[in-house]
Write a protein that binds this ligand. Structure first.
Ligand code: NAD
Length: 317
């Protein structure tokens, strides 16, 4: 049994990680300030003898004797960093400094949640870990900074650091800030689906695969500030994704362009298609859930929780 700190544990991916690590018999500290996450995501874990919930802002110092740290806390969606870039930057950078400092102090292994967005619009595909980094948004810049801080702590202090770069992740509990739940919730409630640009291409991981990738990295990565992509290696446009969702929901939808949902042209990442060969080779990780099955599970979950998504059409993702 390990004692594991998960920052952003009440968020979408973090809640699946807490669930999985508890299930494996570990002792979990879930740290979150509920800025974008919610207690609802982890309410089924509250009361478990090895689950401790701590309300805390990761930009402030934190101390606990732990063996591993998964640092996920970040307001990650465009709706946040377009309106409050400083908050996103502060959380990524100060959060990384505090968590790297804690890892150094207690001699813990640390996994930093980076993102495929650090690569920007693909200069070549599929994107491997050697692809140039292009900061097309404050979010991307903040994650590049956190990754570099991780690298620097490894070089300067020998800290075991692993940087994991998931490509877009979807699944149960994801909020309306992400495109897939936005499409599903609208398609379940109306024939008219309002979307921003439908041309961007994305490589979508199902959330349990992303969580499994974090675990594989914690177990098998050498801790040399290695970077691992988590990607499926196949991609589709947002428009194609909407058509597939309409098919699963069983409705004929009409996509209406809503310009207020567009990202600024230079900030929109037009193509993300990942190469996760390194994770496959070093960590033995590969996605287990195909896109259609993952979408089916997500449609079921949104259908069962539709009250949470009542204002999907008016939500600006
Ligand atoms: P999320 O918004 O659901 O989760 C983020 C969590 O961090 C939330 O619970 C939020 O309340 C918490 N948080 C934010 N600021 C905080 C602070 N100052 N102190 C403490 N907690 C704070 O997002 P998610 O999709 O689960 O993303 C989790 C991580 O994975 C993020 O770092 C994100 O950048 C990364 N990531 C996500 C995706 C994706 O497609 N969802 C893809 C690549 C990388």
């Amino acid at each position: 049994m390990k004692r594991i700190l998960i920052t952003g544990g009440a968020g979408f991916i973090g809640s699946h990680l807490c669930e999985r690590l508890l299930h494996e018999g570990h002792d979990i500290i879930c740290l979150d300030n509920y800025y974008t996450g919610s207690k609802q995501n982890i309410e089924h874990l509250i009361g478990h003898p090895y689950f401790e919930l701590v309300r805390h802002d990761v930009t402030q110092p934190f101390f606990a004797e732990v063996d591993e740290i998964y640092n996920l806390a970040c307001p990650a969606s465009p709706i946040h960093y377009q309106h409050n870039p400083i908050k996103t930057i502060k959380t990524s950078v100060m959060g990384a400094i505090n968590m790297l400092g804690l890892a150094k102090r207690v001699n813990a292994k640390i996994l930093q949640a980076s993102t495929s967005e650090v690569y920007g619009t693909a200069l070549r595909v599929p994107i491997d870990e050697e692809h140039p980094l292009q900061a097309q948004s404050p979010y991307s810049a903040s994650k590049i900074s956190a990754d570099m801080l991780g690298n620097s702590y490894h070089c300067a202090f020998g800290l075991p650091v692993t940087i994991v770069r998931p490509f877009n992740t979807f699944g149960p509990r994801q909020s309306l800030r992400a495109v897939i739940p936005t499409i599903i919730a609208q398609a379940l409630q109306s024939r008219c689906v309002k979307l921003g640009d439908t041309r961007p291409v994305r490589d979508f991981n199902f959330v349990t695969d992303t969580a499994a990738g974090f675990l594989a990295a914690a177990r098998h990565a050498p801790g040399r500030a290695e970077v691992y992509n988590l990607a499926t290696g196949s991609a589709r446009t947002i428009g194609e994704t909407a058509d597939l969702i309409a098919d699963l929901v069983g409705s004929r939808i009409e996509i209406v362009h809503d310009a207020s949902r567009d990202r600024p042209a230079d900030s929109e990442v037009m193509r993300l298609l990942g190469n996760a060969e390194k994770a496959r080779r070093d960590l033995g990780w590969q996605p287990a859930v195909d896109f259609r099955t993952g979408l089916q599970k997500t449609v079921e979950w949104v259908r069962e929780n539709l009250q949470t998504y009542a204002d999907a059409a008016s939500f600006k993702s």
